[in-house]
Design a protein around this ligand. Sequence first.
Ligand SMILES: [Zn+2]
Length: 197
Amino acid sequence: MLLREDLTVEMLAQSGAEPSSGAYSHLVSTLSSVAGRDVGRSGPITIDGGARNWTAGELQSTADSLAVRPAGSATIRALFVHGTFQGSDRVLGVAVRGDVMAIFIDQVRKTGGLVGNSSGVERAVILHEAGHLLGLVDLYLNTGRADPDHPGHSSNRESVMYWAVESTAISQVFGANPPDSFDDADRADLARIKSGN
Ligand SMILES: [Zn+2]
């Protein structure tokens, strides 16, 4: 379980693909708030190469080959890369394994630029993918509250776990003001997941 005592976010990034410090700090501080304790930071670790069309398997093997934190530790491995997920320029971020998320920074910046709020879009997408790794929404619990049309997502547009947050749909749905925090239901779920009940 990621919400254990030693929860650490490990950043792996290609050159020029690093997140803004504000967006990354928002992730770490939100995770600290959810975990009820300080969350560690590891990295940044450099991922060689440039833009490409990444597959889930390539993202996982990249994380595994470069990771500093040991396998089995409570680690969120956050990859920031150039290019696309499987050739789609609509995907801003993905969660590809229980401990591996990837942010397609060029798509994030392009979409953020369109709505005039790059940092807001970046904050939202990063926290959204981390939310999936923590088990939201109903990837771990079975509360029945997930959006039936978009499994794994909140039906509340004010939650960062709303489905549109991880694709270019974020610009059409939210314009310059995407949600960038967990809502009360998300936080209640995370509290349950953390306590094991
Ligand atoms: Zn999602």
